[in-house]
Design a protein around this ligand. Sequence first.
Ligand code: BGC
Length: 678
Amino acid sequence: MLAPAVHAQANPALLGDKTAFIDDLMRQMTVDEKIGQLRLVSIGPDMPATKLADEIAAGRVGGTFNSVTRKDNRPLQDGAMRSRLKIPMFFAYDIIHGHRTTFPIGLGLASSWDLDVVATAMRTAAEEAAADGIDMTFAPMVDISRDPRWGRTSEGFGEDPYLVSRIAEVSVRALQGERKPIAADRLMASVKHFALYGAVEGGRDYNVVNMDPQRMYNDYLPPYRAAIDAGAGAVMVALNSINGAPATSNTWLLQDLLRKEWGFKGLTVSDHGAITELVNHGVAQNDNEAARLAMKAGTDMSMADQVYISQLPGLIQSGKVAQQELDNAVREILGAKYDMGLFKDPYLRIGRAADDPANVNAESRLHRADARTVAQQSMVLLENRNAALPLKKGARVALVGPLADSHLDMLGSWSGAGVDKQTVTLRQGLEAAAGKGKIVYARGANITEDKHIVDYLNFLNWDDPEVVQDKRSPQAMIAEAVQAARHADVVVAAVGEARGMSHESSSRTQLTLPDSQLALVLMNGRPLDLNWARENAAAILETWYTGTEGGNAIADILYGDVNPSGKLPITFPRSVGQIPSYYNHSRLGRPFTEGKPGNYTSQYFEEPNGPLYPFGYGLSYTDFSLSGVSMSQATMKADGRVGGAPGEGIEGLPQGAAAAGRAKGSALHHRQQGAQVL
Ligand code: BGC
């Protein structure tokens, strides 16, 4: 039976007119019902599903996150339909690089330099999530990162304001679709983390951000702006402070910049627990002051903490928070629900019970073909000496390394509803491509032998640890790998970071591979220090975390069925000491100039300047030779352009650069302007 189309108590005749509809509804709401709308909660040990449904029915919740099936969400929406005004819930989740099907992490998607590839991943994620009854995703994550120590570098799209802005735009359009209200098979995008979260000091998560306006406006703000201009319905406010003022209580950020300067008309959502954290930041004495500051600044909805629901009734009564300020926030939340199509049909994405999938993880719900093609485009060939790659299908391969057969690590960080067992590991991919007999697998090493790191990565779930140690001694594992290598034509080593090492709250001081490994196929979520690998491995393929079809896609590249085409969206420094590392540096009075020691130019004296692998770098299996290159003219005006002779040079990127060509050309254009080597 079709779920009855249930409207809020507001006049259904007004449904076609957003402002009139919301005005009418707001007139009927009590102060408590309004405050209830500001609360975004998650099912958890202190909030079991039945208690949550009761809270919703009492009008004390506006939306939930982390419940990800129609079956879970339906009783919660039923709760809303029992509330006095029947205002629907919305259901949110972190769908960052896929939902049931996992696509490559952000850095991988960006390495494709192909907006169609990004759109495929985002559209598919939206369709799968909407089919699970989800109305909003906390994505895209568009924080610029120039500091690979920061674990969340993996989630974003790299260092370049232009590339990340284009990806932000295309992601929002793919997630939300073009229709308004948003169609049943799409969801609302909540761009994050506003703002500048990628610039936390020292790459330490949750740290302070101090930044001058020029860098802010030129480099770090454009991607958020691009997402908003593309119509993102919501913005997640960052956990960090900006020049001393936490984003959550930052009136300049949330009102002057976001609403007045940029004209944003949607919903702002706090990050997890950020309002109560204003006390830790030292700007509020207690929760009461925290609620007042966040509300006045314009943080509409409070995620996970109970500060609004507990403090706002008193603050409104005493007049410390004006009724108008509360109304502004409520209006945005109702507006978002209207734009999600939930007033017309609260069950728009939840659908009918009769249509629920028997198994939410059914194979038939996955989009494996898309996952494979997207992953193929997301890998970057960093080295390939003596044409070590592609491998011959007849070659005997010794496959070693702790990531070679790890289902979980294929998923990468923030893998949402992805199921580890449904991923194809590199071992499975190679065996499928070349035949089992050709591949001899030996683990060779654990991710690390450092117990402290293993404990850190497993702290979330001791019962089901992410990093499972092989109990054999390091020597025994290496001996097995050496034995495998002896009988092989080639060694493929899959090494890098366990997925938890490139994650929220996983900042690192070292970018080296954990001690126990050598390198060839890399799986990791940040630029790593690859000096040793560069010297010692014949070929290096950066795969990032490739998702559900990763093993097959990597095999496609290794065996040359697909030509690697990814380019780095982020600089790989030579050492931690070079951080921050990025290509678009401001000009200097004394830029680094190669020459005699101590020549008083900007440099470090103990290692070569410039990165190990620059932004935009990436090889393919094709050799190119350029000849007879000439410029179209010898001089140009300040606002002019100089191209190559027709068909040559930067303006004439080979047609093979295909869809990536536009973005690529533009990044090169940036580099031409800032030609100082730093
Ligand atoms: C993260 C956000 C995420 C939220 C909800 C926070 O810890 O910073 O990016 O959206 O949790 O899961």
